[in-house]
Write a protein that binds this ligand. Sequence first.
Ligand SMILES: [Zn+2]
Length: 257
Amino acid sequence: MSDKEITFNDEQLLHYSRQIMLPHFGVEAQQKLHDSHVVIIGVGGLGSPAAMYLTASGIGSLTLVDFDHVDNSNLQRQIVHNTSSIGDSKVSSARKTLQAINPEVDIHCVDKKLSADELATLITDCDCVIDATDNFNTRFMINKVCVQQRVPLVSAAAIQYQGQISVFDLRREDSPCYACLYPDTESEENTNCSDNGILAPVVGILGSMQALETIKLICDIGDSLQNRLMILDALSMQWRTMRLKKDQQCPVCSSSR
Ligand SMILES: [Zn+2]
């Protein structure tokens, strides 16, 4: 039993009853969710389901970071936005949808491209960062800041018919980081969905898994994707799992850096 005071009223207990009744979950895990702050970077195809599931599940507060505006071509997969939001900033469009799902969640919007220093300040007190961005340069920057701040990072990417996801629990000394997996080659290679295409449910699957892994991490239930990378080929519907190890020479996270 947690020593914390349980703060839910009857209506909230009913709202969250289907997860509170779960084995390993209970009011204690619900309280942990309620007390947590998650930062989602990128409110597009991955960030949409991640933000919607975390909001519906009763996360305490969410910070949404995105500098982009809603475009007609986003709506095929970025399901937190709708036709009435075309032209609006993605963060305010998302906030509108999320508040309708669960008005009790505190939603903060950051409508700009953040520098590494600004991101470091933003995530100082957060419990988890979800990387839902669509380019390597931003992913490397987010990873670096999460390593510095020792904040867990739930990272996913998707393109065409493929997706991948991993969890880097950077509170742990022995955790690999995103740069252990991919060298930061500053490649200009463009691998985003806007230019290469994406089948909508592929980002839906990966973004939903980011919400799931975030909830497990916050509530401390089950086995997380820590030290594992899961890769989806949606055309053949096959999952592969790769074991990840910390790279002792990693320029970002190794102790000798
Ligand atoms: Zn590393």
